[in-house]
Write a protein that binds this ligand. Structure first.
Ligand code: EPZ
Length: 430
């Protein structure tokens, strides 16, 4: 087993550079399927989810060339295959973007149901509602979602989303870019990565208006052509390091961010007594005094992001008084709570509400990451805790955080990757 070993209790000082946004990259890379020509995509984060989605495109026949550490050229012009390989697609939630992108490109798609973190049910009925409204037939058989545009090309239409869904908004956008006529998505999600996907597609020749509001209009065009695009910085990665400073104390300049995207996180940290100063493309985070309790409810953007819920819980565990945390997006995103309790946290969960009684300090323990953001929250708890914390199942964390150990070591954290002898033996055996 590979694990992180953290000797906690050390405040963090220095600078951290934020990578490109995971949830933008995993939509923009499949969007290259719609482009007739080569797309140079810059500021790509080096994380396993991105590697997976690039591998899927390669298996479909795309020409993927690494230009440098953060830039790839993706050319999907020669792909003729609309059936996505099963084993890779099942490992990643974002494989559902291949349905919209392949429907847009070929008028047909065969994609296995998506994988990803387990937060209870993760339906895709709103994605399918959109595809059906645009004239596709969709059915599930033989372990694949089969979708086919009845007229050979998707048809523009009005789609009202019953739930604000990031995935459905982006997937319908992908299916609509090359459709015949105008598609209007109402009650659309407004996350920064939705705007980023629209900007990417527009820079390649699409006609998308209103991304970032709850009504997005997409006028279908005949063709997209290649170009260069740079992905936005990762809002959640930045928020995670901001929360780490809040929990462990110290002063860190979090660089290469869009401060506007962080306002929902900044507001809560300020309420808790953390200092956050906005710069042009950085935020300075400082915590030297006590943390104050607060309440947090997760909501679609511009509300407090659900993808920051476990990390803010780690901070609230150390705040004086009782805080109430309400999960407003997912049914079951508190699976990490038992692991926090092993570290001395006092948390009671009832459905979507967690009541957190702040403690003076957490203590190191052996714990297991159960999903991506929960794993990041355990790192934060470990950094703040007294003693040694060992975190297993770190593959969850590496799905979404580039170089987390190097970045945290660079600001003074004592965190190491340790491979236990068992794993060494296994890898020797092959
Ligand atoms: C995206 O998931 C992100 N993943 C998630 O981040 C994030 O938690 C989520 O958006 C919300 O911000 C990616 O971008 C790859 P949704 P997505 O559709 O698109 C319900 C992370 O840690 N719903 O906005 O799958 C759903 O059950 C990951 O980086 C339906 O009922 O989320 C949920 O309650 C984890 N029917 C709510 O809507 C649908 O058809 C929001 O889901 C779709 C969603």
């Amino acid at each position: 087993m590979t694990k992180y070993v953290i000797h906690g209790g050390k405040p963090l000082f220095g600078e951290i550079d934020i990578s490109g946004a995971k949830n933008a990259a995993v939509a923009i890379i499949p969007a290259a399927l719609l482009v007739d020509g080569s797309c140079r995509i810059e500021n790509i984060p080096q994380i396993s989810d991105v590697t997976l989605i690039l591998n899927i495109l390669q298996e479909l026949g795309a020409d993927v060339r690494t230009v440098n550490r953060t830039t790839v050229d993706v050319d999907c012009s020669h792909i003729r295959n609309a059936r996505v390989p099963e084993e890779l697609a099942r490992k990643i939630r974002a494989s559902y973007y291949l349905i919209g992108a392949l429907l847009g490109r070929f008028g047909s798609a065969q994609v296995p149901p998506p994988g990803g973190c387990d937060f209870g049910g993760r339906p895709i009925d709103q994605h399918i509602k959109g595809f059906l409204a645009m004239g596709a037939e969709v059915d599930v058989r033989g372990g694949f979602i089969h979708a086919r545009a009845e007229k050979g090309r998707m048809q523009g239409t009005h789609v009202y989303l019953d739930i604000v869904s990031v995935g459905a908004t982006m997937n319908i956008m992908l299916a609509a870019v090359l459709a015949e006529g105008m598609t209007v998505i109402e009650n659309a999600a407004k996350e920064p990565h939705i705007v980023d996907l629209a900007n990417f597609l527009n820079s390649m020749g699409a006609d998308i208006m209103g991304a970032g509001t709850d009504v997005i209009k997409i006028r279908g065009v005949e063709r997209l052509s290649g170009g260069t695009y740079s992905i936005i910085p990762d809002q959640i990665e930045a928020g995670t390091y901001m929360a780490a400073v809040a929990a462990a104390g110290g002063e860190v300049l979090v660089k290469n961010v869009i401060p506007k995207h962080l306002e929902c996180i900044t507001a809560k940290l300020l309420e808790m007594g953390v200092t956050v100063e906005e710069r042009d493309d950085a935020v300075l985070v400082r915590r030297d005094g006590k943390l104050t309790r607060t309440n947090v409810k997760t909501l679609p953007y511009p509300g407090f992001p659900t993808d920051m819920q476990p990390q803010i819980a780690a901070v609230l565990c150390l705040a004086e008084g009782t805080s109430v945390l309400t999960e407003g997006v997912w049914d079951n995103r508190y699976r990490y709570v038992d692991e926090f309790r092993r570290m001395g946290a006092q948390i009671q969960v009832d459905g979507k509400i967690a009541v957190i009684e702040g403690v003076d300090h957490l203590t190191g323990a052996r714990i297991q990451a159960c999903d991506l953001r929960a794993g990041a929250a355990m790192v934060i708890a470990g950094l703040a805790a007294q003693g040694v914390t060992e975190i297993g199942c770190i593959h969850h964390i590496e799905r979404g955080y580039e170089d987390i150990v190097r970045k945290l070591s660079g600001v003074g954290a004592d965190i190491r990757v340790v491979v236990t002898p068992d794993e060494e033996k296994q890898s020797q055996v092959g």
